[in-house]
Write a protein that binds this ligand. Structure first.
Ligand code: ADP
Ligand code: MG
Length: 286
């Protein structure tokens, strides 16, 4: 089985019913102004996709479009085979927004924030049950914050708060994790830990769409690069054939040479071993 027709506007294109994300000549924008146009691609389970591009090129607009956070202005877009305008199963999409930390006024523990990720799985009056608590704890373990569950989030660093937000997204057991510059604007130590978190998620088979400027840190886990320039996709292919992957490592973004291809990852030993994501069903292929 390959693709099914879905009453295309132009009669010539068919969206994929198998893909997690399928776009045909899609455009997104604000009010009626298209910021990103003519995007055609499919993203399948297990892909780890970096979205690259200069500031203002439309990267955030593209991922927010998939989340229904701006206007779908043309072409076709389907999520899990359902046209986006009829898609309501938002718990399947995990989202970590750009430059987002928690307000200093939030009075909640780390575990309480992550528990928000469970809400889509609870009934209206539902309370967290044992299964919810287990998934919350596992999500915190994945991001290396299990020892902080009980502390007030406002006491954490920006990088740690970003990891809390990733844990919150994981707790919803999404089928795809969409992250907008998860490592930007945080201290180097947290960036390194976040890179390891992403590598660990990728090794577990998570499907991810990551807007980033830090290709080197992710180079071992990426399966695909999408380059955006001025609202258009100007490259979509294997990392090895992307020009930036050919360049020597830039001036010390991190300590990686970006060319480990020798088998196992090299995460710290303290990292949760064969782990939590094995038991987070959203991260298994169907
Ligand atoms: P990137 O994430 O690649 O830096 P964005 O998608 O944020 O780029 O922005 C692309 C363009 O869309 C910019 O010209 C920006 O001004 C415009 N834009 C972004 N957000 C909004 C918004 N909420 N309303 C109107 N225009 C916006
Ligand atoms: Mg952006």
């Amino acid at each position: 089985m390959t693709a099914t027709s879905n009453s295309p506007d132009d009669g010539s294109q068919t969206i994929s019913s198998q893909a997690i994300v399928s776009m045909r000549s899609a455009s997104f924008g604000y009010a009626d102004r298209a910021v990103i146009s003519n995007v055609t691609m499919d993203i399948h389970a297990g892909e780890v996709v970096a979205v690259l591009g200069p500031n203002g090129s439309g990267k955030s607009t593209l991922v927010k479009g998939l989340l229904g956070l701006n206007n779908h202005l043309g072409g076709q877009v389907a999520l899990f085979g359902t046209p986006i305008d009829r898609f309501h199963d938002h718990a399947r999409l995990g989202y970590v927004p750009q430059r987002h930390t928690l307000s200093a006024s939030v009075r909640a523990t780390v575990a309480e924030v992550v528990a928000i990720g469970r809400l889509p799985h609870q009934s209206w009056l539902g309370r967290a049950n044992q299964e919810d608590r287990r998934i919350i704890a596992e999500s915190l373990a994945v991001v290396g914050l299990d020892d902080r569950a009980a502390v007030d989030v406002s006491t954490l660093s920006g990088g740690q708060q970003r990891r809390v937000l990733i844990a919150r997204a994981l707790a919803a057991q999404p089928d795809v994790l969409i992250m907008d510059e998860p490592t930007a604007g945080i201290d180097l130590a947290s960036q390194e830990i976040l890179s390891q978190v992403l590598a660990r998620l990728a090794a577990r088979g998570a499907t991810m769409l990551i807007v980033t400027h830090e290709l080197q840190a992710l180079s071992r886990v990426l399966t695909r690069i999408i380059q955006i320039n001025q609202g258009r996709v100007t490259f979509d292919g294997l990392p090895a054939s992307h020009e930036l992957s050919q360049a020597p490592p830039g001036p010390a973004l991190d300590g990686h040479d970006g060319h480990h291809h020798d088998g196992d990852d090299d995460l710290p030993r303290t990292w949760p071993a064969a782990g939590p994501l094995d038991r987070l069903p959203g991260f298994h292929d169907a």
